[in-house]
Design a protein around this ligand. Sequence first.
Ligand SMILES: [Zn+2]
Length: 487
Amino acid sequence: MKIYNSMTGRKEEFIPIDGRNVKMYACGITVNDLSHIGHARQAIVYAMFTDYLRYRGYNVKYVRNYTDVDDKIIDKANSLGRDAIEFSRAQIVEAEKDLESLHITSADVKTKASEYIEKIIKFVEELIEKDMAYSTPKGDVYYRVRNFRNYGKLSHRKIDELLNGVRIDLEEGKEDPIDFALWKSAKPGEVSWDSPWGQGRPGWHIECSVMATDTLGETIDIHGGGRDLIFPHHENEIAQSEALTGKEFAHYWSHCGLIKINGEKMSKSLGNSVTIRDAVKMYNYEVLKYLMLSKHYSSDIDIHDEDYILSEKQMYYFYNTISAAEKYAKTYIGDENGEKIEDGTLNTIKEQFVEAMDDDFNTPVVFANLHVTLKNINNLIKTSNKTNRQVIANTIIKSLNDIKEVYGVLGFFKQNPDVFAKEIKEKYLNKMNINEKFIDDEIAKRTEAKKNKDYVQADKIRAELDGIGIILNDTIDGTKWDIKELY
Ligand SMILES: [Zn+2]
């Protein structure tokens, strides 16, 4: 399989360092507030990597960190009159709840910076010994960037070019503006730990180098994170780790695209940030996952309000089609080992899935395939007659089993289709201010009218319901209603 590597700028054959064992680290959440859908996307993407690699037979160890000490956390905790660590621990509990509400594969190890202080100090001491870092009289420690020959290799820029794009704070004792903090001396009232350089706390970049090395070893297979982390965060992780170990830090650098809201960058200052909590209240988690995975993980997503609705309609269509096909296969007792119809699409569901996913986790193609597959299933049902229905039922049951297997790898179609559809229909009825009992009563009246051969009345009821957005389908199991807007 192939994975895009930001380091080389190419899709490369994926070859783990250690046979079938894969070590993956992804930069996690800085818990200064509730997690938003940008965090959700990144967690969904690296859970998807993990799930698919496991499906392909790899043993994956997936590590994610929580940044629980930094300036923003300290400021926020101070403004609330809370202890910074107590505050960030409470935020981690909330972040975990939010990620769980998305029903995604969780990291195997979740590290917290505040639990790594001793190891961070040791790492920094070793960098100082190697002349790659220096302490200042004030008690700060900086990384000596110009001593690391390959600085800029991930962002493909030279040090002086990089300097143009950054805000430079000329701090006391800093030798060079490009140097970055490994350890920050404590200001009054800040959370701090004892160190050889006095009271202080770690810088942000060092925590990932230390935690990744500690949990996974000196060289890892895949290092992931949002694309906004390439510089300076990931560049600095490389500088710290490779200066210390002399080995390549990560074989594959993977970056997930960013999220925009209605064409603008998502940010708290613009007031357009959407929390996971609010999103899950409005939309089923599979709808949100579809919204994220129907686009390639590396591309930016510009989410407009209607995109949620389109994703919801799409999932509604998928679930309803699968449910109808299931009912058909059940009625005619499909047997997946029985004689089946030759259909290039339906006979190769698993192969198509693997082909798309092996190509740098191409989930947009995976969902495009699903459209074609479901369309072919619908077409088969349309051609059903007494002589071919057994073969069709066999084909459908096999196709449905394959769909559930492969889309199940990505966490889809695990809910009861009727419950899923009901949830969405109820939401629409509420919005339309229509009582479900009213619809049932109207359908009963129409059935009665039809029984009495009063077709004028029956048609009138259908037209009236249609006028308020309710459509009727007469099936062998009786009349079913649906929401016009969902089609
Ligand atoms: Zn990181």
